[in-house]
Ligand binder design. Structure first.
Ligand code: HDE
Length: 760
């Protein structure tokens, strides 16, 4: 190589022009090579020492944040400068001709500051504008080489850094977190072989079957164009007009009206890839796969009344929860599951695996757990990381490939395209949060905001001037699209049409409804009633009821009764009168009851009510016991700060009835001490606290004198059927109450007592 170099007429200081190894890197010390571009820079051995604290990292490895190190800035102890690095002497006054004179155009410091400010917003995402993200890692359980050659699954224990973002869909960037909506569940894997984005939702099905309908769906659900209302809500005419005319959306509507649409937190949601994807192994063998994320802490939801109240008291409820869990070290965690089936198996199913409005029931194809994801680091800067992260369905790595799902096809196009206007050009992959850890070399050049400085004069391929570099990786190393057998000749015509099984719009909607518990079914009926009652055009309400008659007659009747529709409209004509017989007619795993999680109370928020005159010691004891179990107990009183206790024990209220009302907590402890309890009983806000906890079916622990608070709130410790309410734990002094309460908290909610909504 040296000899060849010497023989060629080229500038010796630019050896890279000729692609010689030695020339690819600058001479030692002449510049810093970004660590992420070093060969082997993607082997993930580095400890994630926190730049914020300098402390060793929490358990887990997170090399994904490493490439962000070179762009993190910290102003501690630094002087203020312009963007050009010129120190600013006075940041209070613009430059004027005399103290009372006109401001001068010459003031480059003022103009730079204001100009930058004028442009500091970027367009929000068209959908999923409201969201929150965090860093973490994915750990593979075992080698999956028989299924896929994808880098994250190469060996057991393999760690791949990730960045995950959760979102609502319809609301704008500043809208509330607890809207009734689908939640986005997007994960960026910084794999050794490039970026893999798994851009999913917290529901396994979607409203439409073909990308052609996506702009219509989004226009229908977004605020209506004439008056820009309602914000972050599907309860309006245009949404229900559209979906009632699109029976393929019925299955997803059942999910949207279910408790899944009002999650308790991002950490307690399932996630789904939705589409069928392909896995490819080294031998080129293909399996079909559905991706599932299963939360360690269970799948839990809010009730509607609670969600409505929370949206007023804390619109950042989910964002705050995610942030606080991670800061507290109660790291959100999910297991990744694969449902794997062959092409032949898929072809034999009663539904089409290319139809995103269908699930593959777990009873038909079990979910195998292949690894876990832990989110263990909050971003340093929301804009730089969470806002600028760009997920793209087209980002796949060798070992993963697309199916022919027509909805997926549109997505493969849309995501990179939308970033061009949202992030200002085609170089968004260079923004640090989006940059792969794997090295990037190609002949793409220039464009707005280009960061990398491509060396040499070659930007084309084939070339000889660059020694042929960068060269094709070939099938052994590069991404190869799975070859697919051509269809039978008669199916090869170019058509705008759908396969026949796509026309079965109701079988799985019925499967979902029939698999829910009676309480969950009541919530679904109530949600339809609420949403449709907001629709002003009666014909739309009736059309929806006529469609529901194809799902479940009693559901249709219940919704109709809730809307004051006396005579049921005729059932909507079906596109497919005789759909294939489904493999399963009940799938218990679709109910939240089947997804309790690990039984822990990690990160559950518990309010311990306090007021002057309560017994301090027992309150502190419960606090300590709950804290030891991983919960987040808070003393909540008439005001924050010191509270005088009956036994003289020092106690500080963390929150007040007005700054953290009852519905923000997962459980409630009522204290002992007659004077304190009298005080609580006299306060409307304290009694609302108790009533909301009961009404929302949350656990309540009652100590000593507090029993009278239940009486005053007209709360029975028994259920209507006479059995003891398992969610109300009365401390009988035997010392077991706290443990019983912990179990009641782990169950999350006690719907046995629920009369809200009333059963029709
Ligand atoms: Fe998206 N979707 N989508 N989507 N989607 C976007 O991309 C789109 C669909 C999902 O946290 C946009 O960067 C089309 C299904 C998530 O940044 C946009 C179609 C699923 C996120 C877009 C769909 C999703 C998006 C807006 C039908 C679940 C947020 C901003 C053909 C599997 C990612 C952006 C984040 C975001 C297009 C349907 C999930 C406009 C065309 C189905 C989680 O490109």
């Amino acid at each position: 190589t040296q000899a060849l170099a010497a023989a060629m007429p080229f500038n010796a200081t630019k050896a890279s022009e000729h692609g010689f190894d030695q020339g690819l890197n600058p001479p030692p010390g002449s510049s810093a090579t970004p660590e992420s571009n070093l060969p082997g820079g993607s082997t993930l051995t580095e400890k994630n020492a926190s730049n914020k604290t300098g402390e060793p990292p929490p358990p887990g490895v997170n090399a994904g944040t490493r490439s962000l190190e070179c762009v993190r800035s910290d102003a501690t102890g630094q002087m203020l400068t312009t963007n050009q690095g010129v120190r600013i002497a006075d940041n209070q006054n613009s430059l004027k001709l005399g103290v009372r004179g006109p401001a001068l155009l010459e003031d480059f410091i003022l103009r730079e500051k204001i100009t930058h400010f004028d442009h500091e917003r970027i367009p929000e995402r068209i959908v999923h504008a409201r969201g929150s993200g965090a860093h973490g890692y994915f750990e593979s359980y075992g080698p999956l080489s028989h299924l896929t050659k994808a880098a994250p699954f190469k060996e057991g224990g393999k760690i791949t850094p990730v960045f995950a973002r959760f979102s609502t869909v319809a609301g704008e960037r500043g809208s509330k977190d607890t809207a009734r909506d689908v939640r986005g569940f997007a994960v960026k894997f910084y794999t050794d072989e490039g970026i893999w984005d798994l851009v999913g939702n917290n529901m396994p099905v979607f409203f439409i079957q073909d990308a052609m309908k996506f702009p219509d769906l989004v226009h229908a659900v977004k605020p209506e164009p004439h008056h820009a209302m309602p914000q972050a809500a599907s309860a309006h005419d245009t949404f229900w007009d559209f979906v009632s005319l699109m029976p393929e959306s019925t299955h997803t509507l059942m999910w949207l009206m279910s408790d899944r649409a009002i999650p308790r937190s991002f950490a307690t949601m399932q996630g789904f890839g939705v589409h069928t994807y392909k896995l490819v192994n080294d031998a080129g063998e293909v399996s079909f796969v559905k991706f599932h994320w299963e939360p360690k802490f269970g799948t839990h939801s809010l009730v509607w009344d609670e969600a409505v109240k929370i949206s007023g008291a804390d619109p950042d409820y989910h964002r705050r929860d995610l942030w606080e869990r991670i800061e507290a070290g109660a790291f959100p965690e999910w297991e990744l599951g694969f449902q794997v089936f062959s092409e032949e198996e898929g072809a034999a199913f009663s539904f089409d695996i290319l139809d995103a409005t269908k699930i593959v029931p777990e009873e038909l194809v079990p979910v195998q757990k292949v690894g876990r994801m832990v989110l263990n680091r909050n971003p340093d800067n929301f804009f730089a990381e969470t806002e600028q992260v760009a997920f793209c369905v087209a980002h796949v790595v060798p070992g993963i490939d697309f199916s022919n799902d027509p909805l997926l096809a549109g997505r493969i196009h849309s995501y990179a395209d939308t970033q061009i206007s949202r992030l200002g050009g085609p170089n968004f992959h260079e923004i640090p949060i989006n940059a792969p850890l794997a090295p990037v070399h190609n002949n793409q050049r220039d464009g707005m905001h280009r960061q990398s400085i491509a060396r040499g004069r070659v930007s084309y391929e084939p070339n000889s001037l660059g020694g042929g570099c960068p060269f094709q990786a070939g099938a052994a190393h590069g991404f190869v699209t799975v070859p697919e057998k051509l269809q039978a000749k008669e199916e090869q015509a170019k058509v705008r049409a759908k396969p026949e099984k796509f026309a079965d719009h109701y079988t799985q909607a019925t499967l979902f409804f029939d698999s829910q518990t009676p309480v969950e079914q009541a919530h679904i009926a109530a949600a339809f009633r609420f949403e449709l009652s907001k629709v002003q055009v009666p014909a739309i309400r009736e059309r929806m009821v006529s469609s529901l008659r194809n799902v479940c007659e009693p559901l249709a009747k219940r919704v109709a009764a809730g809307l004051g529709i006396k005579t049921l409209p005729d059932a909507m004509p079906k596109a497919l009168e005789q759909p294939p017989t489904p493999e399963v007619t009940k799938s218990p795993t679709l109910s939240l009851k089947a997804r309790p999680g690990d039984g822990s109370i990690t990160a559950r928020k518990v309010a311990i009510l306090v007021a002057p005159g309560i017994v301090g010691q027992t309150a502190l004891d419960v606090h300590a016991a709950l804290f030891a179990e991983g919960a987040v107990p808070r003393f909540v009183g008439p005001h924050i700060g010191a509270i005088e206790t009956a036994d003289g024990v020092a106690l500080e209220a963390d929150a007040s009835f007005e700054n953290e009302p009852g519905f923000l907590f997962d459980g409630l402890v009522l204290p002992d001490g007659a004077d304190g309890v009298d005080e609580l009983a006299s306060l409307g806000q304290a009694m609302d606290f108790v009533t909301d906890q009961y009404r929302h079916a949350k656990p309540i622990m009652v100590m000593g004198a507090s029993a009278m608070l239940l009486d005053q709130a007209d709360i029975s410790v028994d259920l209507p059927n006479g059995q003891a309410d398992p969610g109300i734990v009365v401390d009988d002094g035997t010392g077991t109450a706290t443990q019983t309460f912990v179990k009641a908290l782990a169950a999350h909610r006690h719907p046995e007592r629920e009369t809200d909504p009333p059963v029709l």
